[in-house]
Design a binder for this molecule. Structure first.
Ligand code: NOJ
Length: 862
């Protein structure tokens, strides 16, 4: 069936009653009333998982199903989020826990390098290994669902508060980060959560900003890395706080039903960000499957929640079809079984910590807010294993050597007198956990603030590690820790063989404000007088080495140009081994292999898009992402703006040549078009088990004693509301097309997790050689960029990379594959990926501007 016909058929199956186009972008089909696709099963382990999930859910009563979908309430139970349980079948509640760099609110856990550092490694294997290690730590604490990794924010604006939790403003790099992290985490038996879906690009107004976006930008930028997470089999996706094209993310039929569950064929469940749910029926029909943290709800609601008993009531009165709730439960349980199977179905550990009872206290309430059931809640289970070594390796390898004057400032060669300048080199007073959620800015910066971090087991400050190293060389160290005492800084630096200046810039989640920065940064300058400190030191020492711990780019033009600043290192947010890792790099024990995962502009305006700090309509703030696909390097190149340091840039202690480029197209008919998905329609929605619609079956048993103020799935009612649910059908009233459970069309771009499997077929093999021309071993990071042709595409987009160890004087051959997806554009009218017939090119570079090899791509056969 040709694509256009398929598309018309799609609309026909969705029903003729499609009324509005409120949540679909211009040019895309009207989607407001699109039914929520039901889980199908499928490849990558989903068939087996759904078989188990259907069997389990078929045994449940309606209230038991609802109990799985609804959190028990904020601070009511042990974890950051807890679903209800099924005591009759011995199924305990699911435990959901932050964060993105550590298990939050516990002890004896590790603090890992941030997502932005993972992107800087450009290393799939390190991304995977961090995912495995983090997954093992969550699992060891008895957690079922880890609330990470992050692909939203993607990094539209450089000052975005949570960019560091994600990977990079480049969707391909972030997509690889998502794929590897999800795969690694889930291999340990923990469900991962791809968050925050979608367009949660800033913290200001995050709760209600309405983002307008076009369909092409959605696909080519923001949705892209979520597709990789879905392809990796991610168990859950967290919908975000903001609105998209008029509708809240957690009830947005376009983003949840059409894009995520149909086009991307997501088989797991959608959970709300904490408090991001705004309705009972709209969210259920709009594609939400799990409400977190569960309590809240409309003012005056007898349920104290949007779901819980309110969901039960909505099923019984026919507003929400029974198949929708069955699908919620089946999706949750399918993810549970799928991930359990990956890890060999080992029994899940008990939850052995409380997020609310301080980690240094052992005994406390299980039900914290109710102060009930006092027992040993914090069992202090040590889950760190040998992760410290991995953290040190990643932190060192993700360090980006931005500048190294005449290629010889670094590595250090046993300097006799060393100055260590800046508070960022030092321990924080009170230790690294003095401020919960990292909400004060003191001492060396090893992670950002908000729900992402956790307690540090220890934090090696740079000064500690450097002094140890210097002592081994009998070197003298002079320290100047006070950023505001420029005289002391200069005094320490004068006469030193090398002056190491440490400076930082922090950011985080918007519920915390530090020094006037409400999550998002107010600007791109260094914090705590950092720029003045660097300039003061550089004015007296002609071997000034700058080390930066920042959440993203800062304005560095002065330092890049400064004669006396001989080296600049960006160490990002390295986690607990910070000092050891930077010492490894400074002394050359580890050759830096980090490459910048973002552009370093000379002005904040060079990035095009900026944070909306104030809105003319603060009650209903809105933003239009008019820059479209042009963010970060795509925008710089489009605007012909030179960066201080470009995306992909990073030096090492040797030099690599790239040679002998070869391009082999896939020689098959039809290479230029992915075949339509094998199934063109789904089966009709199914219900599992029988709903007993009597009141007694859905009310709390008389003997049941609840814990106040837990959210329960039971019906509550007044006499006047009683007949409503008794007289209605349980199958939906079918007047609202979203309740239509008949077979749906599979979208042409869909068909399997991550989208049409044909998108992931290799269509070109690209080969080249790398030669290490230096005298030391090193790791090259060749980057493959594709120019998709014409005037409507960025100069080039990243579509391949590798970290390749090459010994001094050696040559290594590298092969990279390009898939159909890699060379496609999104066609809004066709609602599909298309390979245009525009001439395309491939480039191999050391960065987005340092291109060594290029070739045109021969056309593929239709
Ligand atoms: C809100 C944050 O946006 C999300 O990332 C986090 O997982 C939840 N709070 C739970 O803490």
């Amino acid at each position: 069936m040709p694509l256009t016909t398929a598309f018309v058929a799609t609309l026909a199956i969705f029903g003729t009653a499609i009324l509005t186009n409120a949540d679909a972008p211009a040019g895309a089909p009207p989607l407001s009333l699109f039914p929520s696709p039901w889980g199908q099963g499928g490849d990558y382990g989903w068939d087996a998982a759904y078989a188990q999930a259907r069997a389990f859910v078929s045994n449940l009563t309606l209230v038991e199903k609802v109990n799985l979908t609804t959190g028990t309430g904020w601070e009511f139970d042990r974890c950051i989020g807890n679903t209800g349980s099924v005591p009759r079948l011995g199924f305990r509640s699911l435990c959901l826990q932050d964060g993105t760099v550590a298990v939050r609110y516990t002890d004896k856990n590790s603090v890992f390098p941030a997502g932005i550092n993972m992107a800087a490694t450009f290393s799939r294997s390190l991304m995977r290994r961090r995912g495995e290690a983090m997954g093992a730590e969550f699992r060891g604490k008895g957690i079922d669902i880890a609330l990470g990794p992050v692909a939203g924010p993607l990094g539209r604006v450089p000052a975005g508060g949570r960019n560091w939790e994600g990977f990079s403003p480049d969707p391909y790099l972030t997509g690889v980060g998502m794929f590897e992290t999800v795969t690694g985490m889930q291999s340990q038996g923990v469900m991962a959560t791809a968050k925050h879906y979608i367009l949660n690009e800033q913290e200001h107004y995050r709760n209600n900003v309405d983002v307008t976006i076009d369909d092409r930008t959605m696909h080519e930028l923001y949705l892209w890395p979520f597709a990789d997470a879905v392809r990796a089999g991610v168990g859950s996706v967290m919908c975000s706080y903001n609105k998209i094209n008029g509708n809240y993310s957690c009830e947005n039929s376009w983003t949840l039903n059409y894009l995520l569950k149909n086009e991307l064929n997501f088989q797991g469940f959608v959970m709300s960000d904490w408090g991001a749910q705004h309705s009972t029926v709209e969210s259920a029909l709009g594609g939400l499957d799990m409400a977190m943290p569960g309590d809240g709800g409309p003012r005056g609601s007898i349920y104290g929640a949007y779901w819980g008993g309110a969901l039960t009531e909505s099923v019984l009165n026919g507003t929400i079809p029974a198949w929708r709730v069955d699908d919620m439960a089946a999706r949750i349980m399918a993810s549970y079984y799928k991930v359990a199977a990956i890890s060999g179905n080992k029994p899940r550990p008990d939850i052995n910590f409380s997020a609310w009872v301080p980690p240094n206290v052992t005994v406390g309430p299980v039900y914290y807010r109710a102060n009930a059931s006092i027992e040993e809640v914090n069992l202090h289970v040590d889950v760190q294993a040998d992760h410290g070594a991995l953290i040190r390796e990643i932190a060192a390898k993700s360090t980006v050597l931005l500048k190294n004057k005449q290629d010889k400032t670094l590595p250090l060669r046993k300097p006799a007198r060393i100055a260590i300048v800046g508070d960022d080199a030092q321990d924080a007073p009170g230790g690294p956990n003095a401020c919960v959620d990292n909400k004060c800015y003191k001492g060396t910066l090893a992670t950002g603030y908000g729900s992402g971090p956790g307690n540090f087991p220890y934090l090696v400050a740079p000064a500690t590690a450097l002094k140890k190293r210097a002592a081994a060389d009998n070197a003298t160290v002079v320290e100047a820790p006070n950023n505001w005492d420029l005289d002391a800084a200069q005094k320490a630096a004068e006469g030193a063989d090398v002056a190491l200046v440490f400076a930082s810039a922090d950011a985080g989640e918007g519920y915390i404000t530090i020094d006037g920065n409400t999550g998002d940064r107010n600007n791109l300058t260094l914090w705590g007088n950092g720029d003045a400190l660097i300039k003061a030191v550089a004015s007296v020492n002609n071997n000034t080495v700058v080390v930066l711990h920042t959440v993203g780019p800062v304005i560095l033009d002065y330092a890049a140009a400064h004669e006396n600043i001989t080296a600049i290192l960006w160490a990002g947010l390295p986690g607990q081994e910070s000092g050891n890792a930077i010492t490894d790099v400074l002394y050359g024990d580890v050759a830096p292999q980090g490459r910048s995962p973002f552009m370093w502009g000379a002005n904040i305006s060079d990035y095009g898009a900026e944070i909306m700090y104030t809105s003319p309509t603060p009650q209903a703030p809105s933003q239009n992402f008019t820059e479209g696909i042009y963010i970060d390097y795509r925008y710089f190149q489009h605007a012909h703006t030179k960066a201080v340091y470009p995306f992909g840039h990073g030096l090492t202690y040797t030099r690599f040549d790239f040679e002998n480029l070869t391009v082999h197209p896939f020689h098959g008919e039809g290479a230029a078009t992915a075949a339509a998905p094998s199934k063109t329609t789904t089966r009709p929605a199914q219900t599992y088990g029988v709903v007993n619609s009597s009141i007694e079956a859905n009310e709390a048993p008389a003997a049941f004693k609840g814990i106040k103020p837990f959210v329960y799935p039971w019906l509550l009612h007044t006499n006047s509301s009683l007949p409503k649910w008794l007289n209605s059908s349980t199958t939906g009233d079918n007047r609202d097309p979203r309740t239509n459970g008949s077979a749906q069309a599979v979208l042409p771009a869909g068909g399997a997790p991550g989208g049409n499997p044909g998108l992931y077929d290799t269509v070109y093999a690209i080969g080249f050689d790398i030669r290490n021309r230096g005298t030391v071993n090193g790791t090259a990071v060749p980057q493959l960029y594709v120019q998709l042709g014409g005037h409507d595409n960025p100069w080039g987009v990243l579509r391949g990379f590798d970290d390749v160890a090459v010994a001094a004087g050696e040559r290594v051959h590298v092969e990279m594959n390009l898939t159909r997806r890699d060379i496609s554009n999104w066609d809004t009218e066709k609602q599909n990926w298309v390979i245009t017939d525009l001439q395309k090119y491939v480039f191999i570079g050391r960065s987005v501007v340092d291109i060594a090899l290029n070739s045109s791509l021969p056309a593929l056969k239709l």
